[in-house]
Design a protein around this ligand. Structure first.
Ligand code: SF4
Length: 373
């Protein structure tokens, strides 16, 4: 299990390496694969413009050779922002406007399986093929069985790949049920791999247990899910540490289970009733991290979402081999209704308009993930 394998001291130790000069950066990038120490050296060379340019150019080259400019378009569908008795999510994440007690009663919504089917049909009519179901920590979703109904509803509506981004389930058997219902991927963003920041950001609630979350992907993969998503939430802590820890996590999951990896790229955005001091994680750092993910795990897919503006995502995805979001609502059931409480603001573009812009940039558009079922 990853919680037993992971060592924050090792990550810190790797990042205390001597900063690579231009010739060492070139030598590292000339190889066919990168060790974790190589990745650490590239991260610590970030302030050198030559290193930044070289990393991004090499990532574009690697992506082009594997993915030939193919992008995989997928929308999220938010299905619950918690429970009316709790005033929103069961969790208390300091960075999120849906945290416990912060959502007005009339804006707390949990879709029925029938409503999920209708929203998925709407998204498929817009042109999509795969769907990520997203939920706050909701007491009715603690049972894997209820989640199975939602996955089955999305499958019945015609989605090919259906994934979940829910509070992680307890056992491999739960994920086995979900896989049988047609769930093909499971996303759990770790938010931060630094224990002290994790405790500070999650002062109570189910998410407080960091080890349980660190092992979520092990349980999913043991249960038969083949594709998993890992990420840190940019802005909570030092991006250099978080990037290396996220890559270490992904490489562990590939080595242990042969997992297909999605790298989420969420950056923290402010919201109603939220008050944290964020760390610097600017556009240049963001693009660099996306490139590092593709170099460290070339078969992985970084996910550029509508948290960012279209131009930044378009630039960051060069070469292909990335998931891309166009239409996006972070309101529950927000594709058919527009009066809920968004989790965070987005730069949404219609499927039609966004696909045209991406084609103009030279991308090939795919509506299904490349990993199969
Ligand atoms: S980030 Fe997720 S788990 Fe945390 S409060 Fe928001 S919806 Fe709940």
């Amino acid at each position: 299990m990853f919680s037993k394998y992971f060592s924050s001291l090792k990550i810190e130790d790797l990042l205390s390496t001597n900063i690579a000069d231009n010739s060492e950066v070139s030598e590292i990038l000339s190889g066919n694969s990168l060790s974790l120490l190589d990745v650490a050296k590239l991260i610590t060379a970030y302030h050198n413009p030559f290193a930044r340019k070289s990393v991004i150019e090499k990532a574009v080259k690697v992506r082009s050779s594997i993915w030939h400019n193919s992008l995989f378009i997928m929308p999220p569908l938010y299905i619950s922002n918690g429970d009316k008795k709790r005033g929103g999510c069961l969790d208390h994440c300091l960075y999120c406007p849906w945290h416990n007690g912060n959502v007005p009663q009339e804006q707390i919504i949990r879709l029925s399986a029938g409503a999920v089917r209708d929203e998925v049909k709407l998204l498929l009519d817009m042109g999509y093929g795969d769907i990520e179901l997203v939920s706050a920590t909701d007491p009715v979703l603690f049972s894997g069985m209820r989640a199975v109904n939602y996955v089955a509803a999305a499958k019945n509506a015609g989605a090919k790949n259906v994934g979940i981004n829910f509070f992680p389930f307890k056992s491999a058997a739960d994920y086995s049920e979900l896989a049988s219902a047609g769930c093909t991927f499971s996303i759990v963003w770790q938010e931060t791999y630094l224990a002290n920041i994790y405790r500070k950001m999650h002062p109570c609630g189910p998410k407080l247990n960091m080890g349980y979350r660190l092992d979520a992907h092990d349980r999913a993969l043991r249960g038969g899910i083949k594709t998993v998503g890992v990420a840190f939430l940019g802005g909570l802590a030092d991006w250099r540490y978080e990037t290396l820890a996220t890559i270490a996590h992904a490489r562990y999951l590939r080595k242990e289970y042969g997992a297909n990896i999605i790298f989420g790229m969420p950056r923290w955005k402010n919201g109603v009733g939220v008050n944290i001091t964020s760390c610097t994680y600017d556009d240049q750092m963001y693009e660099f991290v996306g490139a590092l993910y593709s170099l460290a795990v070339p078969q992985s897919l970084p996910w550029f979402s509508t948290r960012e503006n279209f131009n930044l995502s378009d630039r960051s995805a060069r070469g292909g081999g990335c998931i891309f979001t166009l239409d996006c609502s972070t309101e529950v059931g927000g594709y058919s209704h527009k009066n809920g409480a968004p989790q965070f603001p987005v730069f949404s573009t219609s499927f039609k308009q966004g696909a045209e812009l991406l084609k103009k940039s030279g991308f090939k558009i795919n509506i299904h993930l490349p990993f199969g079922e």
